[in-house]
Structure formats: structure tokens, C-alpha cells
Design a protein around this ligand. Structure first.
Ligand SMILES: [Zn+2]
Length: 412
């Protein structure tokens, strides 16, 4: 299995790889183009190394650290909320709520930044989460017209459809933390779980004020002002000042750094115990990651067009590391799902006014140098999605108006 860092992919590897000519981790399905990834002298990627570390971590000791953090937060909170629980209604939300409320008896304030692209299943899951865990909840939802403008600007600014969500999920919980004086934010999965940018022993990306700007949004609210977007439009996405963060003592943790993370088992558990539901997610072969959003497939498709991999690559890599798939089986799933044009692209083009050619021209102009001379195949989708790739709230409005197509039901 050994392969030096400079050895080109073998002929056999090139034949079965999703993008022949691209270098992949010799153990999983991670390509060289994943952000932050590096391969060791054996040709094994950072995330595979991190998953080995995960097996050797003293999780009993980590849990004791978590218990201490939680007890201190409860003692400081008095009659206030013990922490902020940022939730989307996804599988991590349920698991976080289970751990905090049922295991540790915390009183969190649930906080949701709505991307305003909730799928029907996602809408159900969020409401179900609030009900079963009996959570007080604050939600912020940007206006439809603003979401549409930002979706268009996002493509040119950061090369995907979702700046408003990347930015909002960071900014809104911090705004609530500083305004309501709730210093502790408790997130779910660790960055070390399947990202090249950190490992369990070396968590290079700790949560702080600028975490989501660094990890996904790339640009601040101030940097998005311009064209048809004013500073007033972008106000909901502005982060509290460093001084405000310091005055409140805001800090955050990821449960995945303290609790052994096994998303397959967690998903089964929340499904069977709390009625969480999966759905078909475009570009993925599992029904549980980003199930709350209709646009996940477009987001991941832009990543595929630029970097040569999408959601199925992440999922297959995790499954290969966990011994659930062989690398060859993983590659087959990657080819089937990453390379498929998502149906939600129709909705994205509709709300942004972009033509399909403009979309492809822009995204392929951002393609990494490593891929420029390689074929990045795209196939059309030959089946209906399990649920409609139009925001659920627009589906409800259209139903009550008797409009045949929700996209024309007064959306901005
Ligand atoms: Zn790997």
C-alpha cells in the first residue's frame, strides 16, 4: 500500500478514480484538491491520520473535561440560560440537544439562523427538535429578496451559492450571545472529524469570533457590501466587535472534541429515539447531512466543479475510514453522486437570474490548477428528487394561493 509523496497515481488507481489523473489518499477517497489536506510519506491524508488518533484518545478523560465545563457554565448562569445551542434541525442538532438536555440536564437557549431554504423534511425536523427537547428558541430569517440577492453575489464573491448561510450561522448565535449575555456556545461535530484543516490531537481551528469567516464564509458582511447590497442589507450578518465578545466572555466548544463521534450510530439513535427523519439529499448517498436545506446539492456541486469532489467524496471517505466501504466501493458512489447536476440548480438559476452558461462559465473559471487539464465530468439527473427542491415555506404559500408553481408565488 505504501506510496511516496512524489509517486504519481498508479495506472490501476487512475482507472478506478472518479477523476483520472487526480491524486487521492491511498486509504480513503480524499483528493489532493480538498482544502487544507496534505498527504504523509505513505500517501495517507490528514483526515485518515486524525481518525487513527481518535481511536487512541482517552474519551473518558475528555468527557470529564466536558462535565467540568458544563458544571461551571451552569454555576455561572444562575437563573439564565446555561449555554447557546445553535441548531438547524439537522442530525447534529438532535444529538447536541440530547447530550445537553437529557444527559447533562442543561437549560440551553436554542438559536437558529434560517437560510430560508428549509426543505419540508428539514422544517419538520427543526420543529420536532424544539418539541421533543422542550427548547426555548430564537430564530432569525433574512428576507426572501435579500437571500436571492446574496445567493447571486455569493457565487461571484466566494464561488458557492451559500455565503448568507455560512455567515449567518456564525453571526447570529454570537449576536445572541453578546446581547443576552450567554457566554458559552456548544457546537456539534469537530472540524477534526473529516476535514483536512485540523486533527484530534492538533485542533488548529478553534472556535472564536472569526471561526465561520475562516472556515466557510471567507468574506465578512462589510466585504459583501456593494452593487445592489447596502450596508443596511448586510447588517444582520455583522459580527459583534472583539470588545463585545470579550466583555461577555464568549467562547465555544465542539461536542465532538469531548464525545466519541460516530455519525452513523448517532443518526440511528436520534431517528429511533426522537423521530428525526432523513430525506434524499442531492449529491449525497446518505440522507442525513444538510437534510434541512434544499440548496445543499448546489453548494456541493460548485465544490465539485471547482475542486473535483463533492459531498459523496466526504461521505465515502468517512465510510472507508470506518470500515463500512472499501475504497473501490467508495469511488463508485462518488462517481454516481458527485458528478450529477442537482435539480435545485433550476431554483438557484431562477432566483439569481443567472443563465446556466453563466453559472458554469463562472464556476469553471475558478477551477483549481490541479484540475485544469483533467476531465471533470457532469451528468444530468435522470430521476425526480424525493422532495421538491423549492423552499418549504414557498410550497405552503403556493398551496394556499392555488399557484401551480411555487416559484412564481410572490417571492420577493
Ligand atoms: Zn484518507
Amino acid at each position: 500500500m505504501s506510496q511516496s509523496a512524489t509517486t504519481p497515481p498508479s495506472t490501476r488507481d487512475a482507472l478506478r478514480a472518479p477523476i483520472p489523473g487526480l491524486r487521492y489518499c491511498v486509504r480513503c477517497c480524499t483528493p489532493q484538491t480538498q482544502e487544507g489536506v496534505s498527504f504523509d510519506e505513505m500517501g495517507i491524508c490528514t483526515a485518515c491520520r486524525s481518525s487513527e488518533q481518535k481511536m487512541h484518545i482517552d474519551w473518558v478523560q475528555r468527557e470529564a473535561q466536558l462535565r467540568k465545563i458544563i458544571e461551571e457554565a451552569k454555576a455561572k448562569a444562575g437563573n439564565g440560560y446555561d449555554c447557546i445551542l445553535p441548531i438547524s434541525g439537522g442530525k447534529d442538532s438532535f444529538f447536541q440537544a440530547h447530550v445537553l438536555v437529557k444527559v447533562y440536564g442543561m437549560k440551553p437557549l436554542a438559536v437558529t439562523f434560517s437560510h430560508n431554504w428549509f426543505s419540508e423534511t428539514g422544517f419538520y425536523n427543526l420543529q420536532r427538535c424544539l418539541e421533543v427537547f422542550n427548547l426555548d428558541h430564537l430564530q432569525f430569517t433574512p428576507a426572501r429578496g435579500l437571500v436571492n440577492k446574496l445567493a447571486r453575489k455569493s457565487l461571484g464573491a466566494i464561488g458557492d451559492s451559500c455565503w448568507h448561510c455560512h455567515s449567518g450561522v456564525g453571526a447570529f448565535p454570537l449576536q445572541v450571545a453578546t446581547r443576552f449575555k450567554i457566554p458559552l456556545l456548544i457546537w456539534g461535530e469537530s472540524v477534526a472529524e473529516n476535514d483536512g484543516r485540523a486533527t484530534y490531537k492538533c485542533p488548529a481551528v478553534k472556535f472564536d469570533r472569526d471561526y465561520f469567516t475562516k472556515i466557510s464564509a471567507k468574506l465578512t458582511a462589510e466585504e459583501m457590501v456593494g452593487g445592489d447590497l447596502t450596508a443596511q442589507d448586510l447588517h444582520p450578518f455583522t459580527l459583534p466587535s472583539y470588545q463585545e465578545i470579550e466583555d461577555t466572555g464568549v467562547w465555544g466548544i465542539h461536542l465532538g472534541d469531548y464525545v466519541f463521534w460516530d455519525e452513523e450510530r448517532q443518526t440511528e439513535f436520534i431517528r429511533d429515539t426522537y423521530g428525526w427523519r432523513e430525506t434524499e439529499i442531492e449529491g449525497a448517498y446518505k440522507g442525513y447531512k444538510s437534510a434541512e436545506c434544499i440548496m445543499a446539492g448546489v453548494h456541493d456541486f460548485t465544490c465539485y466543479l471547482k475542486r473535483g469532489f463533492g459531498r459523496a467524496t466526504w461521505q465515502a471517505s468517512v465510510d472507508v475510514r470506518n470500515g463500512l466501504l472499501t475504497r473501490e466501493e467508495g469511488f463508485e458512489l462518488v462517481k454516481k453522486h458527485d458528478q450529477e447536476r442537482p435539480g435545485a440548480l433550476d431554483y438557484y438559476l431562477h432566483i439569481t437570474g443567472l443563465s446556466e452558461d453563466e453559472f458554469y462559465d463562472h464556476i469553471t473559471s475558478l477551477r483549481l490548477q490541479d484540475l485544469k487539464h483533467l476531465d471533470v465530468p457532469v451528468r444530468s439527473k435522470d430521476r425526480e428528487n424525493a422532495e421538491r427542491t423549492i423552499p418549504f415555506v414557498q410550497q405552503i404559500i403556493a398551496k394556499h394561493l392555488g399557484a401551480p408553481d411555487p416559484r412564481v408565488a410572490r417571492e420577493s
